[in-house]
Design a binder for this molecule. Structure first.
Ligand code: ZN
Length: 380
């Protein structure tokens, strides 16, 4: 992710994604030119801008505290915490592992909204003190009032019961505790997430129709984001669980025929690609992989030139290849194949080329495992 580290709090790296600057600017601008200048007509524009910048900073500090509370509870329960990233839709804590039982999941999820509510209540008390002393139009108390409203709103929004929102995680924990099946619980909670996301999009459309354009667009964008993350976090979970603990060596495909570097392309095509229906031919000299000759490499050479071109000249050289080792996790290999859009990865043992891991083989395995409803580590 295009994020850079700005701080380290309680041993956790705090990062900022570039998209966060957009929301920081937009919120400050909205508060200064819209909200504060309309509600507090007596303020000068300098006052409105100062209040807006301070509010935005305190608001994102609240978001950071919300995320820190997730991370700190997770770490206390023994889950590895990677970092916290602030981005356009708020913050996200990345944990190095999924909670291992429903109780853990519940504790990690619920503490975030509780933190937002707590900050909201503290700000609310400060705002109330201002109100009772007739100071509600002064900067500190106006800021406190805004932080009260927005933190309560953040708490409520996050408690919506759709995965991967915190409320959806609480729902998943409850379903998981009842059924004992984490994958099923995730599927239900993700479905709830999708329903909620369509609800948000609908609210957005209605808001635009009644004239609240910016608020409407924001609801639609958030709904869309939630929908995508509900779907992908479920799929990722299924993938990760289906491939959990499997090494590349267990999926190694040795059924390939190599070509020597000096073999002309027409011979490679007829004897190896057609003859053994191979999409991709490794160019090998005594176990040493020099490169790979794929369909797209062939297409770069005109057919008339095939008899006069060696495999070595047309191949993609080893330095430009993505490769995996026998002990690598299969999920790692699949991630590379998906992100680089390739069908097979050469597997290397020490320096020797030993075979391929193919996307087709991995996907077949996932299909079999998920059809069997295999929860490889059933939980009590
Ligand atoms: Zn949260």
């Amino acid at each position: 992710m295009n994020a850079f580290k700005i701080a380290r709090i309680a041993g956790i790296d705090i990062k900022i994604h570039w998209s966060w600057f957009a929301i920081f600017f937009l919120l400050t601008w909205f508060l200064a030119t819209g909200f504060y200048s309309e509600v507090y007509e007596t303020w000068s524009s300098t006052e409105a801008w100062v209040a807006s910048i301070v509010t935005t900073i305190l608001f994102f500090s609240s978001i950071l505290l919300h995320e820190l509370s997730h991370s700190i509870v997770a770490r206390r329960l023994g889950l590895p915490v990677k970092d916290i990233t602030l981005f356009i839709f708020g913050g996200v804590s990345s944990l190095g592992a999924e909670p291992s039982d429903a109780k853990q999941e519940f504790k990690v999820a619920i503490v975030g909204p509780l933190t937002s509510f707590a900050i909201g209540i503290i700000a609310g008390v400060i705002a109330l003190i201002g109100l009772l002393n007739d100071l509600e139009d002064t900067l500190p108390f106006a800021i406190a009032e805004y932080l009260f409203v927005i933190n309560i709103a953040v708490g409520i929004f996050n408690m919506l019961p759709g995965f991967p929102l915190d409320g959806g995680r609480v729902l998943r924990a409850a379903l998981w505790a009842r059924s004992g099946n984490m994958i099923k619980a995730t599927r239900w909670a993700s479905t709830a997430g999708t329903v909620i996301s369509f609800g948000l999009i609908a609210i957005g459309v209605v808001s635009i129709l009644v004239g609240s354009f910016i608020g409407g667009v924001w609801f639609i964008v958030i709904g869309w984001f939630l929908r995508n993350s509900a779907e992908s976090s479920y799929q990722q979970l299924v993938l990760r669980r289906a491939l959990e603990g499997i090494k590349v060596s267990e999926m190694l495909n040795r059924g390939f025929y190599p070509a020597p570097p000096d073999m002309p392309l027409d011979e490679v095509v007829t004897s190896l690609m057609f003859g053994h229906s191979q999409r991709c031919v490794p160019i090998v000299v005594s176990d040493d992989l020099l490169g790979l000759l794929s369909m797209s490499d062939l297409q770069k050479v005109a057919t008339e030139q095939w008899p006069d071109t060696s495999a070595f000249r047309a191949m993609t050289p080893r330095e430009q290849l993505q490769m995996v080792g026998l002990d690598d996790d299969l999920t790692h290999a699949l991630e590379i194949m998906v992100s680089k859009d390739i069908h097979q990865l050469p597997v290397i043992d020490a320096r020797s080329f030993v075979g391929f891991v193919t996307r087709a083989d991995v996907l077949r395995l996932i299909q079999i495992r998920s059809q069997l409803g295999a929860d490889p580590n059933p939980r009590p």
